[in-house]
Design a protein around this ligand. Structure first.
Ligand SMILES: C[S@@+](CC[C@H](N)C(=O)[O-])C[C@H]1O[C@@H](n2cnc3c(N)ncnc32)[C@H](O)[C@@H]1O
Length: 232
């Protein structure tokens, strides 16, 4: 009888699409320790945000159990949620402080925006795929993240209405830095952006603007999905 019960429990755990909440919490702690701190991300606000945001809520149900693994995952429509380490690294490089205004280009699942929103109250994010934008609006509502402002548009043009931004984070690959994003960056502001061939490896750049001059620093090679162009 005991054997039968054990088999039933094992079959149940293996066959469901999700773990109990406590297991997600444990996996998230491990993710931060072994994938992020171990790779030298040190910023306390970033580590706290990564410990807090429930990444498994941002991936399709069939990938929930993989949400804390060390790789990107598909989110539908040919798009991906980035590897946790890359999200943490970009957030650390962005060096956002409370109250600063941040623009993200490429909302995708909404995970990067949610991590940024743990650090500042003012997060704007643009997604070009209508279906993903609608999904993310529902997700933000369900998770109580309504303070993140989302729109469906081509992020190449930024969001003039709310500019200038202290920080701009671009999470899709582009061959050049979009001039409208440079214009909408505050003097003294910072942009984190993967630049290079959209179908190959790109350079993750930190772009600074000071007294009208733009300077960039190459951090590491990365591979992002392309920044596609839509209607203005
Ligand atoms: C790597 S995914 C972003 C992952 C996302 N930041 C997250 O946390 O899940 C890139 C996203 O950029 C979007 N994208 C591509 N070109 C875009 C554009 N011109 N404007 C806005 N979003 C764009 C894609 O549809 C995709 O959702």
């Amino acid at each position: 009888m005991k054997k039968i019960w054990i088999s039933i429990i094992i079959i149940f755990v293996v066959s469901t699409d999700s773990f109990p909440q406590s297991e997600y919490d444990r996996l998230r702690e491990q993710m931060v320790k072994y994938q992020i701190e171990a790779r030298d991300v040190k910023s306390k606000p970033v580590l706290n945000a990564m410990k807090k945001v429930p990444r498994h809520e941002f991936v399709p149900e069939k990938y929930r159990k993989e949400a804390y693994n060390d790789h990107p995952l598909p989110i539908g429509y040919g798009q991906t949620i980035s590897q946790p380490y890359i999200v943490a690294l970009m957030t650390e490089l962005a060096d956002v402080t409370k109250g600063e205004k941040v623009l993200e280009i490429g909302t995708g699942s909404g995970y990067q925006a949610a991590v940024l929103a743990e650090i500042t109250d003012s997060v704007f994010t643009i997604e070009i795929i209508t279906e993903l934008t609608n999904e993310v609006k529902h997700r933000f509502q369900r998770l109580g993240l309504q303070k993140i402002t989302v729109k469906n548009a081509d992020g190449y043009y930024g969001w003039k209405e709310y500019a200038p931004f202290d920080v701009i984070v671009v999470t899709a690959a582009t061959e050049h830095i979009p001039p409208p994003l440079i214009e909408q960056l505050k003097d003294g502001g910072k942009m984190i952006i993967p630049v290079g061939h959209p179908l190959q490896v790109q350079d993750l750049l930190v772009v600074g603007k000071k007294d009208g001059k733009v300077r960039s620093k190459n951090i590491i090679p990365v591979r992002f999905v392309p920044l596609v162009r839509g209607a203005k």
